[in-house]
Ligand binder design. Structure first.
Ligand SMILES: O=C[C@H](O)COP(=O)(O)O
Length: 234
C-alpha cells in the first residue's frame, strides 16, 4: 500500500508564503500524493505548479468556521472551480447543526455541492465541537446533500481525528461515501490505525515524515503492524 496516494497534503496555515506553497506543491509532486489542500487564493498557482504531475488541487470553502452565509460559500465554490480546483472541502454550519437546524445545514451543503458541478466535495464536521449524536446527524446531512466524503477536522480546532470518530462516521454513512481523517495525523502508525478504522483519505501537514516512515518500513526498519489505539495527537 502506497500511503502517499491517500494523502491530501495540507497547505492551509495562514502564514504560508507563495514560495512555501510552491515548495509544498513540490513535496506533493515528489511523493505522488492524492492532492494538495490549499487556501482558496492559492488554487490557481497550485494548479500551475502541479500541471502534469497527476496530483489534484483541493481547497477549502467556509474555512475554518463554516459560518459564512450560503451565498458566500457558493460564490467561493464558484471562484475556486473557476481557478481550477478539483476537490472542495467545505466546513458545515457548525452552530446551526448544534442548534438542531438540520434542514438549513443540509441546504447549505447542497448549494455547495451544486456549485461544485460534479467535483468531489468533502464535508468537514469539526468533530471537536460536536457530540456523537451531532456527528451522526452531520454525516447523514452531508450524504443527503450529495457529498462524497465526510471529514473530521480543519486542523485548527481544539481536537482532530480520533479512531472513535472515524469508526462512528464510517458506520453512519453508506458505502458510497468515504471518510477522511484530518487534524493531528502525524505518523504512519496513526495513519494506518485510522485506515483500519475506516478512513480512506488523510489530510496532514506531516506528509514527508509519514512517507519517510513508510520507506523505512519497506527497508525492514519498522514493525509492519500498527499498535491499536494509535491515532493523531488528540
Ligand atoms: O487537513 C487539514 C489540516 O490542516 C491538517 O493539519 P495538521 O496535519 O497540521 O493537523
Amino acid at each position: 500500500m502506497n500511503v502517499a496516494k491517500m494523502i491530501d497534503h495540507a497547505l492551509l496555515r495562514p502564514e504560508l508564503t507563495p514560495e512555501e506553497v510552491r515548495q509544498g506543491c513540490a513535496v506533493a509532486a515528489r511523493h505522488g500524493t492524492a492532492s494538495v489542500c490549499v487556501r482558496p487564493a492559492d488554487v490557481a498557482p497550485a494548479k500551475a505548479a502541479l500541471h502534469g504531475t497527476g496530483v489534484l488541487v483541493g481547497t477549502v470553502v467556509g474555512f475554518p468556521h463554516g459560518s459564512t452565509p450560503t451565498a458566500v460559500k457558493v460564490a467561493e465554490t464558484r471562484a475556486v472551480v473557476e481557478a481550477g480546483a478539483d476537490e472542495i472541502d467545505v466546513v458545515l454550519a457548525i452552530g446551526l447543526l448544534r442548534g438542531g437546524e438540520h434542514d438549513a445545514v443540509r441546504d447549505d451543503l447542497a448549494a455547495v455541492v451544486a456549485a461544485a458541478e460534479g467535483r468531489v466535495v468533502k464535508v468537514i464536521l469539526e468533530t471537536a465541537y460536536l457530540t456523537d449524536e451531532e456527528k451522526v446527524h452531520a454525516c447523514r446531512l452531508a450524504e443527503s446533500a450529495g457529498a462524497h466524503f465526510v471529514k473530521t477536522s480543519t486542523g485548527f480546532a481544539p481536537g482532530g481525528a480520533t479512531l472513535a470518530d472515524i469508526r462512528l462516521m464510517r458506520a453512519t454513512v453508506s458505502p458510497a461515501v468515504e471518510v477522511k481523517a484530518s487534524g493531528g495525523v502525524r505518523t504512519l502508525e496513526a495513519l494506518l490505525a485510522l485506515y483500519e478504522a475506516g478512513a480512506t483519505r488523510f489530510g496532514t501537514t506531516a506528509t514527508e515524515a509519514i512517507v519517510a516512515e513508510q520507506a523505512a518500513l519497506e527497508r525492514g526498519e519498522r514493525p509492519a503492524v500498527p499498535s491499536p489505539g494509535a491515532a493523531g495527537d488528540y
